[in-house]
Design a binder for this molecule. Sequence first.
Ligand code: MTE
Ligand code: CO
Length: 428
Amino acid sequence: MTEAKNINGHTRRSFLRGAALSGAGALMAGSTTAKEESDLLITEVQPWAQELGDGVDAVPYGLPIEHESDVIRRNVPWLTADAISSVNFTPIHALDGTITPQGCAFERHHSGAIDLRKDDYRLMINGLVDNPKVFTYFDLERFPRENHIYFCECAANTGMEWAGAQLNGAQFTHGMIHNMEYTGVPMRTILKEAGLGAAGDLKDKWIFVEGADASSNGRSIPMEKALDDVFVAFKANGEALRKEHGYPVRLVVPGWEGNMWVKWLRRIEVTNGPVESREETSKYTDTLADGKSRKWTWTMDAKSVVTNPSPQSPILHERGSLLISGLAWSGHGAIKRVDVSIDGGSNWQTATLAKPGEKMALTRFYLHTEWDGKEMFLQSRAMDETGYVQPTKSQLREVRGLNSIYHNNCIQTWHVGENGIVENVEVS
Ligand code: MTE
Ligand code: CO
């Protein structure tokens, strides 16, 4: 019998072997030798207690320990023609809590990640303002600051799953998302400094934002949103933005599609209307069943996914105590409730939220349950503070058809076999 392989090429047997070597799997390995070996780990003085460890400064800036070397971004090479205009995915199946370390947060570039020094950074504010300005990076540091945790989800997240179950791993189906604590300056502060307001009625005004990279990734944002919670960030999770996330300055557009979060932000133009750029016409619009495309679908609707177990994180233990874990989020506000089903949506149990949901940020949920060792069709369903409930795949298809790429927030199903192997399947 050939053993099912998950997307990393691991078999269940190789997982079990690894677990037994590290001691964790020995309990169920059944052999006395393995049990004895395992007992020695706690009864005998081990090598690491017989010698000294590394001194401070062995690693001036720390990286994860080598035993965690599989917790990395991964791409799907056949998705795009090259790695320059491409995407990779956050290993959400291997993380817990809600904050995404920058080092493994997904990247999406249209013309590659550029190297831009703080000294060379300039931000221009022009258009319908009384006092057009060019700020340096160091000018931005002198404004009053705010800190906020927000998720950033690419509109194309889960985009390969419209027609059927396709990619075998939560990292690949749902990993175009990250969640960080940003530090920066509100857009309203910057616009005020450039004399907005004095320029007349703001009601129909927009801003057009663009990046310093070759693609420029220009997007129009209505003034109401710009003045509400959009901000210009220069730190993420306490440290400078990484190059791949827009160093030294990126835009944060809470709850709205990732494409609007312009990296290497170079210009903000106040306009009388939307620019209708490439990224908001031929791309990032939703093609409906009748072939017509819908535009201005900026907000990311409520969504969730079970991250463990999932195809890259199979069940490695026998029946009994099982912790099901996952992530939920909504661009419309806070997550209020998440339900989990183990039978493909016939019955639902309410999961525990690790913390009360926060607006436009990831929420971690857990369901501690007893696994009877039988197959499961695992699903999660998120509800946000507006009362909106995450739809099934068929409910979403009724409205959107099969031609869409973006904004797929349907309920995901994982099949868990009696052997603990997990596969991406469709229950619609
Ligand atoms: N900004 C610029 N300047 N260039 C880009 O290619 N990609 C956009 C957006 N901002 C992009 C950009 C897209 S589609 C997404 S989903 C997010 O950045 C991804 O941000 P990340 O690479 O930090 O994950
Ligand atoms: Co995107």
